[in-house]
Design a protein around this ligand. Structure first.
Ligand SMILES: Cc1cc2nc3c(=O)[nH]c(=O)nc-3n(C[C@H](O)[C@H](O)[C@H](O)COP(=O)(O)OP(=O)(O)OC[C@H]3O[C@@H](n4cnc5c(N)ncnc54)[C@H](O)[C@@H]3O)c2cc1C
Length: 411
């Protein structure tokens, strides 16, 4: 009898997993449950091309609408899986049950909510879905004022989009620099400068104490006694993994579904991939839960092979990208909880120099992470260098092309 593989979550990791199952020749039943009503889509355009009105929504969908039928994928949209019985190997929805041989949890994550904002009655928005992005798009006008709580990736990309639309933008961040935890002060400063130069009122080291509604607008109160009045408050303070189903089923969870380097959970027939997976990373030597596009794609693919019994190892270094105003960047690697010793910068981080540079986070002579801004030819070299031990003198020597350094490491 043919096997049935079920995927819970109709996002990017799910779509890539089922694509890989069919590419690898799996001819059993493939069922995907997605609680949203849209075909599986990519989220990066929601804070970039689509929000900026540069791209059509269609470009965000992972596959053409016909792809699922053409590939015999039973895509059950608008259906939330509410129960998982790992002993009986069955998932349940409001409408019924579905048995599985292998199950992939690709349930993604949900924006962390700020209760004081939600309960204020003021206009408050988050950004995760197509509908969220559409709402922001309509709100971002030249007449609007927007207060953004949180200067992480979502907050900053949203700020850039709102500024492009001509809105007045204030960003409120509790740390001393945007993206400080991810990038450290050396590179975080570049993003602070980028936004202030584009007219964002960037308020750093501030604490939001209350959000109030006044005449249909929002008033955000700060601990230092200041306040910001805006037509809309956008909250971007991180996400939490959607583990409810896994938890209720008794799977091991801790900041995500705990999976091994083959993406297998504590149940031999259940795997997890994408934002929800807290995976043991064999190269980094620790667990990582990565909330980025590339990991959703590549873990989705790896999970497909794991479902097929190939026991693949997921050892790809984390990768992410962002586009804000005229700055495009890619980052490969992970600094980790022990931090870094120094950052080596090559190129020019200033606006007048085009903000074209590369940065390397080092622990001793090991490159924990590497990034570039506006230097797209560097990507392959960064991939070769990230995670490796280098001669730091050579890395610092800007007269030595990165290509040579990378070549020596791969030879
Ligand atoms: C606005 C935005 C911009 C981003 N930009 C970038 C970027 O520039 N670069 C980058 O690297 N990353 C970016 N990301 C992150 C990237 O989009 C995510 O890492 C990626 O979407 C994760 O994919 P996923 O499939 O794991 O989860 P998701 O995309 O969250 O998909 C999970 C799906 O599962 C559904 N679901 C959950 N529970 C159930 C259930 N019980 N039953 C049925 N369905 C369920 C959810 O509704 C959701 O549709 C961005 C994210 C956002 C929100």
């Amino acid at each position: 009898m043919s096997q049935t593989f079920v995927v819970v979550g109709g996002g990017l990791a799910a779509a890539k997993a089922v694509e890989e199952l069919r590419s690898a020749g799996f001819d059993g039943n493939v069922v995907v449950y997605g609680e949203e009503h849209h075909l599986p889509y990519e989220r990066p355009p929601l804070s970039k091309g689509y929000l900026l009105c540069d791209d059509e929504l269609e470009s965000a969908f992972v596959h053409e609408p016909d792809w699922y039928d053409d590939n015999d994928v039973d895509l059950r949209l608008g259906q939330r899986v509410t129960g998982l019985d790992t002993a009986a190997k069955v998932v349940s929805t409001e409408g019924g049950t579905q048995a599985y041989d292998k199950l992939l949890l690709a349930t993604g994550s949900t924006p962390r909510h700020l209760a004081m904002a939600d309960e204020s009655g003021a206009p408050v928005a988050y950004l995760r879905t197509i509908e969220d992005s559409q709402r922001l798009k309509e709100s971002f006008t030249a007449e609007a004022s927007v207060a953004i709580i949180g200067a992480g990736w979502i907050g900053l990309e949203t700020a850039a989009a709102a500024r492009k639309a001509g809105a007045e933008v204030t960003v409120l961040e509790s740390l001393d620099l945007p993206l400080l935890r991810v990038l450290g002060p050396e590179v975080a400063q570049v993003f602070a400068d980028l936004h202030t130069e584009h007219g964002v009122d960037l308020r750093l080291g501030v604490e939001v104490t209350a959000v109030e509604q006044q005449g249909g607008r929002a008033v955000v109160r700060l601990k230092d006694g200041g306040s910001v009045t805006a037509d809309l408050v956008v909250v971007g303070i991180g996400v939490t993994p959607n583990v409810e189903l896994a938890e209720a089923a008794g799977l091991e969870t801790d900041n995500g579904v705990l999976v091994d380097e083959h993406l297998g959970s504590s149940d031999p027939d259940v795997l997890a991939a994408g934002d929800v997976a807290n995976a043991m990373h064999p190269v980094l030597g620790r667990r990582v839960r990565v909330e980025h596009w590339d990991t959703a794609i590549e873990q989705g693919r790896t999970a497909a092979h794991a479902m097929l019994g190939h026991a693949p190892t997921y050892d790809r270094l984390p990768y992410f990208f962002t586009d804000q105003y005229d700055l495009g960047m890619e980052y490969i690697g992970s600094v980790g909880p022990d931090g870094y010793d120094e950052v080596v910068l090559r190129g020019d981080t200033t606006a007048s120099g085009g903000r074209t540079f590369t940065a390397f986070w080092l622990k001793g002579d090991q490159v924990l992470a590497a990034m570039h801004a506006n230097d797209w030819d560097a990507t392959d070299h960064l991939r070769a260098i990230a995670g490796k031990r280098v001669e730091t003198v050579r890395l610092r020597d800007e007269s030595l092309p990165l290509a040579d350094l990378a070549k020596d490491l791969t030879d």
